[in-house]
Write a protein that binds this ligand. Structure first.
Ligand code: BGP
Length: 475
């Protein structure tokens, strides 16, 4: 083969998942209850409910997930068959610290990840680990109000330190919080509960929510920076990244008001990674906090920690772009983008947006980048021949990989890896559905929880195998 894609030969091709969306075994070997364990199944446009504790008779899809806890050997073997160089997953905080505020970790929980990482390394698959992916011990939510409480910083740092020490020889690539910037959507109950354990009370209006969100975010950023600092002390070779959701916000027209509103929203959406990469708050947020009297608890020590714990790379998820227009009252609205089609879940499909994302992040941070999530949620059907034909998934991924390769070759982007989301079917985070599938590997389970959990290779499995084999040359 003479043709090459231009990607580096050590490029980290792989796939991404999160503990709570696939492991199941929610009570195994001392695991505590996580916020993810009190989230019911929703549907398309019907949000998931967060219940006060586990209520018998309700459908909690994360309790079983796809039972990766007992199938991990089979699943990792399939990843190896596709040729994965890396595998992104997360560590369930509640397996290690069941309530979150204990002083000693749960050894049985630590052993589970010993086994998972050993299995990966057996095939030469590098684990890429998120410490907190949309979950925390439920006890920290009920007793401390999640990240409203500064004390949670210490609990997270203890959890992070325990993981860094235990897995310092198995894991090199880490991320602290998944999509930390989703908290910009503070009016969304589900987003806030999963991202920061903020379960709002009825008397908390949007202004109160916003204030809580910024203060909670600050505590998380301090916790993240402390973890980065300590991680580097434990193993100087660790690469510890941020993880943001990147959704480019396009102006709906060439009207200066639309362009300015899009720019302001981009600032409001990416200041989390600004702090993680620069170690300091950007001026636009300093001004905003001052104007609205937000985030009053930022100490001098916090500022030092933020400076000492800057990240080594930027991990990000990319699914779609959004388009915004300025409104007469000085606010904005989401506008339709006639240039783009959308998925059944109304997520616009925009491969060029990925090249835009890579350029934007490179120009802003001058750090290596890793695309740690990308993919198409779709309904798959097992056809009469027993196969799963998913050309729509291949089409989506091919178009995005083409843009990714252009960004590397034509724009000089320093990209270290690509891990498409949900490489094996799992519980959708937003909807709790099994039927919103992303995988190369099909899992026999439906939205009501029925199915044998048997795994089978979709057409996209063989396509992605070829992509990895040729390092992206044969798409
Ligand atoms: C990201 C999350 C993932 C994942 C993905 C797809 O925001 O990091 O956990 O689930 O989105 O979203 P959904 O599952 O809602 O389709």
């Amino acid at each position: 083969m003479t043709e090459t894609s231009g990607l580096p030969t050590n490029f980290l091709w792989g796939g991404a998942v999160a503990a709570h969306q696939l492991e199941g075994a929610w009570q195994a070997n001392g695991k505590g209850v996580s916020i993810a364990d009190v989230m019911t199944a929703g549907r398309n446009k019907v949000p998931r409910e967060i219940t006060a504790g586990v209520i018998p008779g309700k459908n909690y899809p994360n309790h079983e997930g796809i039972d990766f806890y007992h199938h991990y050997k089979e699943d990792i073997k399939l990843f190896a068959e596709m040729g994965f160089k890396c595998f992104r997953t997360s560590i369930a905080w509640t397996r290690i610290f069941p309530n979150g505020d204990e002083t000693e970790p749960n050894e049985a929980g630590l052993q589970f990840y010993d086994r998972v990482f050993a299995e990966c390394l057996k095939y030469g698959i590098e684990p890429v680990i998120t410490l907190s992916h949309f979950e925390m011990p439920y006890h920290l939510v009920t007793e401390y109000g999640g990240w409203r409480d500064r004390r949670v910083i210490d609990f997270f740092v203890r959890f992070a330190t325990t993981c860094f020490k235990r897995y310092r020889h198995q894991v090199k690539y880490w991320m602290t919080f998944n999509e930390i910037n989703n908290q910009m959507m503070y009016t969304n109950d589900f987003t806030m509960a999963t991202n920061s354990g903020l379960v709002f009370r009825h008397d908390e209006d949007n202004a109160t929510r916003e204030a809580l969100m910024y203060q909670a975010s600050h505590y998380e950023l301090v916790a993240s920076a402390l973890a980065v600092k300590i991680g580097h002390q434990i193993n100087p070779n660790f690469e510890i990244g941020s993880m943001v959701n990147f959704t480019p916000l396009y102006p709906a027209s060439a009207k200066p008001a639309d362009i300015l509103v899009a720019q302001k929203l981009m600032q409001r959406r990416y200041w989390w990674s600004d702090v993680q990469a620069w170690g300091t708050y950007p001026n636009n947020m300093v001004a905003y906090f001052k104007q609205k009297q937000l985030c009053s608890d930022i100490t001098t020590e916090d500022r030092v920690v933020l400076q000492e714990g800057t990240v080594d790379y930027i991990g990000f998820s990319y699914y779609n772009s959004l388009t915004v227009a300025a409104t007469a009252d000085g606010k904005f609205k989401i506008a339709a983008n006639p240039a783009l089609k959308a998925s059944e879940w109304d997520w616009p499909i925009d491969p060029i947006g990925l090249r835009y994302a890579l350029n934007w992040l490179q120009d802003r941070y001058h750090l290596p980048l890793m695309i740690v999530e990308n993919g198409l949620g779709a309904r798959d059907k097992v056809t009469a021949d027993g196969q799963i034909h998913d050309p729509y998934r291949v089409e989506y991924l091919r178009a995005h990989i083409q843009q990714m390769i252009k960004a590397v070759n034509d724009d000089g982007v320093d990209l270290i890896g690509y891990t498409p989301w949900g490489c094996i079917d799992l519980v959708s985070a937003g909807t709790g559905q099994m039927s919103k599938r992303y995988g190369f590997i099909y899992v026999d389970k439906d939205d009501a929880g029925n199915g044998s959990l048997a795994r089978s290779r979709k057409d996209s499995f063989y396509w992605y195998q070829k992509v990895i084999q040729t390092n992206g040359a044969d798409l």
